[in-house]
Design a protein around this ligand. Sequence first.
Ligand code: ARG
Ligand code: GLU
Length: 699
Amino acid sequence: MKKLLTTLFIFTLHLSAARADVGMWIPTLIGKNIAQMQAEGLRLSADDIYSANHASLKDAVVMFGGGCTGEIVSSDGLVLTNHHCGYQYIQQHSSVQHNYLANGFWAMSKAEELPCYEHHKLSVQLLNYIEDVTDIVLAQTDTIANADARSKTIRERISEIEHNRQASSKYTIAEVESFYGGNQYLLFVYTEYPDVRLVGTPPSEIGKFGGDTDNWVWPRHTGDFSIFRIYADKDNNPAEYSASNVPFHPKKHLRISTKGVAEGDFAMLIGYPGTTNLYATSTDIEATQNIINPKLIELRTAKLNVMNKYQAKSEKVNIQYAAKNAQTSNAWKKWKGEVSGLRKTQAIEKKRAFEAELRSKSALCDTLLSEYEAYYANSNTTQTLIAYSYWTEIVQRGGIEALQYAYTYYRNATDDDTQSNISFKDFDATLSEEMACAVWSVYCKNLPKQYWPKSMVAWKGSPESFIHSLYANSVFANENKFNKLRQSKHWASKITVDPAYTLLTEMLVVRDALLGQRKNINRNPKLANFNHNYIKALMQAYPDSIFPPDANFTMRISYGHVAGYDADDAVSYSYFTTFDGIIEKSQTNNPDYTIPQRLSDLYKQKAYLPYADPLDQKLHICFVSTCHTTGGNSGSPVLNANGELIGLNFDRAWNGVMSDMSYDPTICRNITLDIRYLLFIVDKYAGATHLIKEMLGEL
Ligand code: ARG
Ligand code: GLU
């Protein structure tokens, strides 16, 4: 029997305090862990979780939109996910007249459910099967000495496999993903359902209660859920939105448990975690903690200050920038938590100690690690990393929105796959210009001229004046001018002389230079494929261990226990919060903690009693457990030992958000919305009893 790789994480593993497992395990390989899971309380078989032949839990879990998870809870395709996952779709349906963000929305019949195919198109994906294709992808690649040629061969084989499997239907998606730095390749085949409708959402005062103040924080009282429904054609096949589509009937839907959870209970989570970096070296951790995160935080602080200022002044702007602000502040705050968590748990020192042991075991690891350190010691390397992340922030994530629009236009014109609309619905020219000024001055301050676009190098004035001129003259910063141009003759050639478009082409030159530097590094035979070689050598050094794979947006299973934790000196947290806490928090002047009058009335009337915990007669709101999660796990079903739904995962607790790089089971906790709070809101707050019947059957 292989043992889990505890050595790698041994320094932080106080197993007696909290039994936990760092793994986000691959469903087809869960057989390796199942005995351990059963020993810890699970009453299901590996086949109940993932089966290629019959309906299993995995058939009730969906990839929701681009980066969240959801679960099917009825035979009519009803899907639960987080409020923050549904946010952009709720926002798209919101206006000053129908403000669903502020007031909530409940479809009282299927006819009232709102399609989500304009602006932000929503679809969900269901996983059909997983297949190991490592042997095909890597066959004889060890004999290819040239790193470029080797990765080209691998890429070609991957596209061929994907292409072959994809061919079966328009809605079949086949993706080959790399594991362990390219030492294993798995094929994932999905069916995509493009007609998904909004069924219900609480107002933000419930769904985003605690706002950005409580984000990434425990204790938590957020009703972070929204409800959607998958539609299909009359034969239950995927179809684009059509009024004649009907509710989708899934192979499997989750059963809900209203019995609640107790400390120490087994908990398990199935979902789509995005990115972890468990095999980061001490050098990587150092770079994140001391260089990359601080520089990114600085840039986003500048961006957020401007958004906050204008959103406070206007209701219209507040709605327009609601999702952009939430997205910007979410990672910003996480990066801060990551820095403090890495520091506090001495992640660098612990990793160094581990590497010392590893170096003594494996001469190859010793060499690889030394070469990697030398590469980082070069200041060019870190500067390149900063420039790279700033590029993404400014061009792709809308630091300078005019540039982001120009980039969308450029990609539409050059890449058939990425047709997305340029919509000015959520654009405010004044805010955008001031935000661009703030962001651009950080860029020019923190990066030397070699990373500046050509026209900035030539510019005589300040970074701000550069932006003023850009915004005054570009059609990408002015909706009327943009529309006018689009109606004129030869508009496509006129756009290529637009100042934002010109700046974009210069920024593309900057990006290519950065990519070139990376390539040079990869061509250096010593550093080529560092990850691949390092993880391979590490596995050889511990041949008896099972290694947890890093997250990569594929379906995973994490498990652990419901458990509170000791957060700081003299500070311990219990594992659940209650309705009392919402009422207490609401009595402050902080606008993040206002609640609807109706919610406090229901509290006074004790309308929650049918959903209260049998032990304390209180309504439980959220709980924490030791399941290892990351971004993408939002909305993931949290299941009890019987595989019944006990809650929706939506966050991690502050002291433990460094878990992507350095997981510590004593303080890393995932935060889950207790399913009974969701049911209470749907039933008593919204009066949507038809949904309760649909989820629970007749009461
Ligand atoms: N931190 C959670 C996640 O990473 C929730 C984010 C949404 N909430 C918010 N207040 N911005 O996505
Ligand atoms: N809120 C995160 C998400 O949207 C999940 C929390 C986390 O990062 O652990 O995916």
